[in-house]
Write a protein that binds this ligand. Structure first.
Ligand code: AMP
Ligand code: ZN
Length: 403
């Protein structure tokens, strides 16, 4: 992305209050959703001002006003909650972390990057992705007697709405559009494309969006299937889910994709059951990290909510300690070590039980929780930590992925 292009302009604004690196990171990441004319917002090292990179054609007055409103809500975040670490594994491999994994995978022909947050992979990358998925699936089945399941990649808007997704991550939703059922509109679309060089989209009023979306969180499609059931005994389900999140200009190799895969575990039951599964998930993550011989931590965390609700929702998550993240160190673009979220362990209370109508003992709404492992991020983490010298990989992994 060329922000030095002479067509871009910039302005600097003072932040309403000084922010730490955590809030600065959130501001920078969320800044792609502020205005179609804002390329990105960079927070200064001292956390006191922000540099706004503006695209050509912007109404500067309006852009400034939007920027100020965005910054006004983002600086309200309360940070500094104590981060509790529950798992801390250390790898045996003593080699250095490898920085240019994405480029090297493409160069070797093991990965194809379509450039819009989607990747194809084959060879060792595919074998590793499969191994991560299979190994975690096996661990879940032996630790929790989890039942294997399968769900569609599309989800209807009513289900997403019930899951509260529009209220927390409205920026990340992808709607599926279709050409209206109209002979002339369909013919117009066909004709336009039969002689065009590139694809031409139907005109706006010839597309209808009827409420089908691409699923943005692995566990959602599971809840409608639980409706009406009672879980006197706790139950766990596991599957490989395909997940879509519109990340706009934040997409970046295997690290931040539009379309990715998640090995999901959902647990349903009473409070004691879901808490015991969450506790038992920690040694399972430890086993997985040891199997791939990677440095890995599980620690308390919060979600990247949309700006307007971020402060309140993050505060609630952090204070209730309902989200833990599996953090695996990696190298940032500047060579510094950064913690990459490779999975999360979540407690939902009885939110889904109430919304979708499934119960536990005494007919109370059941509680749920989930563990989601981002397969592509685990792939990236493993290549980052072992590099491309096969002998540095643990034998059990090497024998599967490099043969
Ligand atoms: P979440 O439900 O937000 O905790 O996401 C579950 C896991 O999915 C995260 O811990 C990441 O490992 C992975 N993930 C989330 N967003 C992306 C993305 N844009 N690209 C690749 N992996 C992702
Ligand atoms: Zn989930």
């Amino acid at each position: 992305m060329n922000t030095h292009n002479h067509n871009f302009s910039e302005f600097v604004v003072d932040l309403p209050r000084e922010v730490d690196r955590e809030v600065a990171g959130d501001i920078e990441k969320e800044s792609v959703f502020v205005s179609p004319f804002i390329e990105r917002i960079h927070v200064s090292q001292d956390g006191r001002s922000a540099r706004v990179v503006v695209r050509p054609g912007a109404d500067l007055e309006e852009t400034r006003e939007k920027t100020n409103r965005f910054l006004g809500v983002m600086v309200r975040q309360i940070t500094g909650f104590e981060i509790k670490v529950f798992v801390d594994t250390k790898r045996k491999d003593t080699g250095p972390y490898y920085a240019g994994v994405n480029d090297e995978l493409v160069k070797r022909g093991w990965m194809h990057d379509y450039g819009k947050g989607q990747v194809a992979y084959s060879g060792p990358v595919l074998k590793l992705a499969k191994l991560i998925n299979d190994k975690s699936g096996e661990l879940y089945s032996s630790a929790f007697a989890a039942k294997e399941a399968h769900f569609p990649a599309m989800i209807d808007a009513d289900t997403l709405h019930k899951c509260g997704y529009f209220d927390s991550h409205p920026n990340a939703v992808t709607f599926v559009g279709n050409v209206i059922e109209d002979f002339d509109a369909i013919e117009e679309f066909r004709r336009a494309n039969s002689c065009s060089e590139g694809a031409l989209m139907p005109q706006q009023d010839h597309i209808h969006i009827d409420g089908m979306c691409l699923n943005p969180a692995a566990c959602f499609p599971c809840y409608p299937t639980l409706a009406g059931q009672s879980f006197d005994e706790g139950q766990c389900y596991t599957w490989l889910g395909r997940v879509f999140r519109y990340e706009s200009r934040n997409i970046n190799g295997l690290d931040r994709l539009y379309e990715f895969n998640v090995r999901e575990l959902v647990f349903v039951g009473d409070e004691d059951f879901v808490r015991s599964v969450r506790a038992k998930a920690l040694p399972v993550v430890e086993q997985l990290a040891s199997f791939f011989d990677i440095d890995c931590q599980v620690q308390t965390a919060t979600d990247p909510f949309f700006a307007t609700v971020s402060a309140a929702k993050k505060f609630w998550q952090a204070s209730q300690e309902v989200k833990n993240e599996i953090k695996i160190p990696a190298l940032g673009n500047d060579g510094s070590v950064k913690q990459r979220a490779c999975g999360s362990i979540n407690l939902h209370g009885n939110f889904f039980g109430k919304r979708f109508g499934f119960t536990c003992k005494n007919g109370e709404p059941a509680q749920t929780g989930c563990v989601g492992l981002g397969i592509e991020r685990w792939v990236l983490a493993a290549f980052t930590q072992h590099g491309f010298d096969e002998m540095r990989w643990p034998e059990a992994v090497r024998n599967v992925i490099f043969t």
